[in-house]
Design a protein around this ligand. Sequence first.
Ligand SMILES: C[S@@+](CC[C@H](N)C(=O)[O-])C[C@H]1O[C@@H](n2cnc3c(N)ncnc32)[C@H](O)[C@@H]1O
Length: 216
Amino acid sequence: MGAELDKASIEKAYARWAPVYDFVFDSVMSTGRKEAVAAAERCGPRILDVGAGTGLEFPYFSPATELTAVDLSEAMLRKAKERVERERIAAVRGILVMDATRLAFEDGVFDAVVAPYVLTVVPEPERTLDELMRVVRPGGEVVLVNHIGAETGPLAAVEGWLAKRTKDLGWRPEFPWSRVGDWLDARPSARLLERRTLAPLGLFTLIRIAKRIGAD
Ligand SMILES: C[S@@+](CC[C@H](N)C(=O)[O-])C[C@H]1O[C@@H](n2cnc3c(N)ncnc32)[C@H](O)[C@@H]1O
């Protein structure tokens, strides 16, 4: 098991990643961003993007969407703000430094919450999922994209080795499905709608979770 992440190591890691993040992670992870945005926009216009980073998903949102974006890292959000100005992205209504485990929003105010490539990065994934579900309206969706760790074989061995560098990398190379599955089992208000692997090579998984109507 790798070292656990904490907020200080996240901020440090992403201050280092910010200048080169787009160069390294733009095209390889673009399918997941597009799919997450499309799924969220089917729920309605009020969308929260948690862990928006440099805003690589922003260009996929329609101008009719009212997007609020949050992230823990000021360095990443500076790049996101530059993108909004440079590319004149109309959907983005607000960009805020905020911790995903303590969202400063009322319950149920968003039609959907997207968090592409974030759950394996946050210090407390289960608490983060609780917060994402809290701010989405009943009938709305939480849409995640993540690398779910291999359970066996050579990839599992590589991920186990990489996990020793978790704090430096700023994400967990090992992230078993059970972390989401166990959380779902304990939350009757949450229903798994979809779990689908994506290009390239099935490396990433799109996860759609609905908040049941009638749930708080
Ligand atoms: C791998 S990046 C993903 C960025 C973007 N969504 C994308 O698709 O490129 C993960 C982001 O999650 C942010 N993050 C990590 N922990 C967080 C937390 N507790 N609250 C808010 N953002 C967090 C990091 O600062 C980083 O910008």
